[in-house]
Design a protein around this ligand. Structure first.
Ligand code: ATP
Ligand code: MG
Length: 441
């Protein structure tokens, strides 16, 4: 992509209404544009990141054997009346009447919708487990939308649902998602801690929030620091194996948010040198709610005795749009964003500091084409701006590698590669560049 042809409305000034760093940088880097409170348009740079995250999440769901579907954003109120949640959900739900005056709503989540699909389609225990997911926009009329995409009203979520015959088998599904989430967040370059979460009247231990440590987080978490050492997951995971031991190794170490935290238990279970308390951002939540929705909605199957039983359901969310902000919170410096390679909008920024020199332009065009052909995603700054403006823009948008074609590059046929994260620079021969970047990929 050439910058001269790219819609990248970078702002010099920090917008006054942005409170936290990720929101500031997302606005300044031209990633999003606010439509109304908590509702955003995604501009090219932001959309590329959103899609990268979405794809990693999708690949990992697929690897775990979850089936992708796509449910609508607009749902009929009837199914929510059946589950008993229509009134409970309150003002967070955006309610709409269609022209026939039927009650509809913009989905804040999809348990009812997916239970309705399930009960129409699956009749026998032999077809279980059923694992379904979709990646779809949600709407929640949050009381206080803030922090940009972190707490929006319209936001993109991956939500998955499991259907099993009984508690034991639903635990197998739960463990699959638990492990799949560990892998997913690791691929995104994040260290997300699974913490025990509230299960309410359902009880049990099958509810975890995945939280990344950050000062700007809204959750207050207490955890055993040794849990961080567990976070390097084997990426060659076999989902057909029993995953209990992996999940138990996390559950054995204390980690809870303030709503579940008990001072006594924390101090008793965690040696003082490993006790930690910090703010965190919730990026995912997995929850087994047993037959809470299947019972009222009559999502039944026939068991091996031919008896109709309510299926055990679980739901598993990842905040895809929130992750864009969360990743920035976890990875930036005073000059801008530092994208982890896996989600970077482009891998390389090619900066031509001699953008009026026809010879330099020809060489840069050549480099640009070579990198593209090698499958390296490159944003080529071919604009006629000052070196200072070019450097600060590149730092702000945070591409992992900058390639700088400078004043001496024509003469010595050398070009500089700068690592955005470490600021380490290295000079390489222009002819060696593509090879060099491919091997470091
Ligand atoms: P929170 O406590 O932050 O409001 P939640 O418990 O309501 O989250 P879930 O219903 O479990 O969230 O939704 C699954 C995931 O969707 C969350 O882990 C979070 O990453 C994301 N999410 C929830 N609400 C929002 C929002 N308003 N804006 C952006 N992402 C959100
Ligand atoms: Mg919420």
């Amino acid at each position: 992509m050439k910058l001269s042809n790219y819609f990248l409305p970078v702002l010099k000034e920090t917008p006054a209404d942005a409170e936290i760093i990720s929101h500031k940088f997302m606005l300044r880097a031209g990633m999003i544009s606010q439509s109304s409170s908590g509702i955003y348009s995604w501009l090219p740079l932001g959309l590329r990141v959103l899609k990268k995250i979405e794809n990693i999440v999708r690949e990992e769901q697929n690897a775990a054997g979850v089936n992708e579907i796509l449910m609508p954003t607009i749902q009929p109120a009837d199914i929510w009346k059946e589950s008993g949640r229509y009134d409970d959900y309150g003002k967070e739900m955006l309610r709409i009447n269609d022209r026939q005056d039927r009650e509809m709503l913009y989905g804040p989540t999809n348990e009812e919708q997916v239970a309705d699909i399930f009960r129409r389609s699956i009749k026998s225990y032999k077809e279980l487990p059923s694992l379904l997911y979709h990646i779809q926009w949600k709407f929640r009329d949050e009381l206080r939308p803030r922090f940009g995409v972190m707490r929006g009203r319209e936001f993109l979520m991956k939500d998955a649902y499991s259907f099993d015959l009984d508690e034991d088998t639903s635990r197998v599904s739960y463990n699959k998602f638990f492990v799949c989430y560990l892998k997913t967040f690791e691929r995104l370059g994040l260290r997300a801690i699974p913490i025990a979460a509230e299960t309410g009247p359902i009880g049990g231990d099958m509810s975890h929030e995945f939280v990344i440590i950050s000062e700007t987080g809204e959750s207050d978490i207490f955890y055993d620091k040794r849990i961080l050492d567990l976070l390097d997951v084997d990426q060659e995971l076999d989902y057909t194996k029993d995953l209990r031991s992996i999940v138990s190794s996390y559950q054995a170490l204390y980690a809870a948010a303030d709503d579940k935290y008990s001072k006594d238990e924390f101090e008793k279970k965690v040696p003082i040198e490993f006790q930690n308390n910090s703010k965190g951002i919730e990026v995912g939540h997995i929850f087994n709610f047993s037959t809470k929705y299947s019972e009222p909605m009559k999502a039944n199957v026939l068991n091996s005795n031919g008896k109709a039983v309510s299926v055990h359901m679980g739901s598993y969310g990842i905040g895809i749009s929130r992750l864009v902000g969360a990743i920035i919170e976890a990875s930036h410096d005073e000059n801008g964003i530092i994208w982890p390679e896996a989600v970077a909008p482009f891998t390389v920024g090619l900066v031509n500091l001699k953008s009026r020199d026809t010879e330099a332009i020809a060489v840069c065009e050549n480099i640009y084409n070579t990198l593209n052909q090698a499958g390296i995603e490159v944003l080529y700054d071919d604009k006629d701006d000052s070196p200072g403006a070019k450097f600060s823009r590149m730092d702000l948008i945070g591409l992992p590698k900058q390639i700088i074609f400078g004043n001496n590059s024509l003469k010595d046929q050398m070009i500089e590669i700068k690592d955005r994260k470490t600021s380490h620079t290295e000079k390489v021969k222009i002819s060696d560049l593509a090879g060099k970047l491919i091997t470091s990929k």
